[in-house]
Design a protein around this ligand. Structure first.
Ligand code: SAM
Length: 292
C-alpha cells in the first residue's frame, strides 16, 4: 500500500478536525470503503502515463489513489470549503491540480487545454454528485471532448438508462448520447453502506469506453444532440410539439411536419419511441431548417 494514501478512517479524522459539515444539497456522500475506491481506479485502467480528470474530489479519498497511479490528475470541486482539507490530504502529491467551480458552468475546454498535452486521451473518474449526474454525463459526452474512458459512480437507476432501448421507461437523451459514442458496462453495484452519510439509493460504477466509430453517421453532431434533447424535453408531448417548442418555432410547424413525414416518422409519435437511427436521419433532414 502506498504510504501517501490515507485510510478512509484517517480521511474521516481530517474531515472532523476541520469541523467540516457535509452538504446534502451538493451530493456530498463521501466514499469510506478502501476496496471500492481501489476497484474504481482498477476499472479505469490507470497507469503511470494516464491523464485523469476527477469531478468532485470531496476530501480527496479517490484523488489520492488516482494520483498514486496516474501521471497527472486534474480535479474540479464546487465547494471551496474543502480547499484546506484537500491541501492536507493531497500534500504528498505534486501531480494534482485543483480547480474550484461548478463543473457544469466552468470552461472545461480551457482547463483541459491548459492542463493536458494537446490530443492526449483523458480518463474521467468520479464518484458523481447524484443531483446532477445526468447533466454532467451529457457535458462529458459532448462531441470533441478528449475522453477515452469514463468510469463513474452513479445511482443504480441512472445506470439502467445507459443500456435502455426505445419504449423502455428509462430510455432518454442520456441513453442516446451514451450509445452514440461509447460502449457502456456496469462494473459493480455498490451498497449504500460504503458512503458517509448513506444516500437513499443504491449505486453502481459504470464504465464508458468511448468509440472512435460512432454508432450512426450524422452531418452535424451538435445539432443531433440538440435535436435529441429537444425531443425528450417534455416526455408526454408529441415529437412535433417538442420540436416546435424546444428547437424551432410555432411558425415552422408545417415545415417540420413535412420533413418528419418525408422521413417516414409520424409527427404524433413521442420522442421516447424513436431509435438512434431515426434520430440520425431526422438530424440530417432537419438541420437545413435550423440554418435557414
Ligand atoms: N470524490 C469524493 C469521494 O468519493 O468521497 C466525493 C464524492 S461526493 C459524491 C461528490 C462531490 O462533488 C462533492 O465533493 C461535492 O462537493 C462535489 N460537487 C457537487 N456538485 C458539483 C459540481 N456541480 N461541480 C463540481 N463538483 C461538485
Amino acid at each position: 500500500m502506498d504510504k501517501r494514501i490515507a485510510s478512509p478512517k484517517q480521511t474521516q479524522e481530517i474531515i472532523r478536525a476541520h469541523r467540516f459539515t457535509l452538504k446534502k444539497s451538493l451530493g456530498q456522500n463521501f466514499l469510506v470503503d478502501a476496496n471500492i475506491l481501489n476497484n474504481i481506479v482498477q476499472a479505469a485502467a490507470i497507469d503511470a502515463e494516464s491523464f485523469v480528470l476527477e469531478i468532485g474530489p470531496g476530501a480527496g479519498a479517490l484523488t489520492q489513489i488516482l494520483a498514486a497511479h496516474a501521471k497527472k490528475v486534474v480535479a474540479i470541486e464546487i465547494d471551496r470549503r474543502l480547499e484546506p482539507i484537500l491541501s492536507e490530504t493531497l500534500q504528498e502529491f505534486n501531480n494534482v491540480s485543483l480547480h474550484f467551480g461548478d463543473v457544469l458552468k466552468i470552461d472545461l475546454d480551457a482547463i483541459l487545454r491548459k492542463e493536458f498535452p494537446p490530443d492526449a486521451p483523458v480518463i474521467v473518474v468520479a464518484n458523481l454528485p447524484y443531483y446532477v449526474t445526468t447533466p454532467i454525463l451529457m457535458k462529458l459526452l459532448m462531441p470533441n471532448m478528449p475522453f477515452c474512458r469514463i468510469v463513474v459512480m452513479i445511482q443504480k437507476e441512472v445506470a439502467a438508462r445507459l443500456e435502455a432501448h426505445p419504449g423502455e421507461k428509462s430510455y432518454g437523451s442520456l441513453s442516446i448520447a451514451v450509445q452514440y459514442l461509447a460502449d457502456a458496462s456496469i462494473v459493480l453495484t455498490v451498497p449504500k453502506t460504503v458512503f458517509m452519510p448513506q444516500p437513499n439509493v443504491d449505486s453502481a460504477v459504470i464504465r464508458l469506453d468511448v468509440r472512435k466509430d460512432k454508432k450512426v453517421a450524422v452531418a452535424d453532431e451538435a445539432f443531433f444532440f440538440r435535436l435529441v434533447r429537444a425531443s425528450f424535453a417534455q416526455r408526454r408531448k408529441t415529437l412535433l410539439n417538442n420540436l416546435m417548442n424546444n428547437l424551432f418555432s410555432k411558425n415552422e410547424k408545417d415545415a417540420i411536419q413535412a420533413v418528419l413525414e418525408e422521413q417516414g416518422v409520424d409527427p404524433g409519435r413521442r420522442g421516447e419511441t424513436l431509435t438512434i437511427e431515426e434520430y440520425a436521419r431526422l438530424s440530417d433532414a432537419l438541420q437545413y431548417l435550423d440554418k435557414k
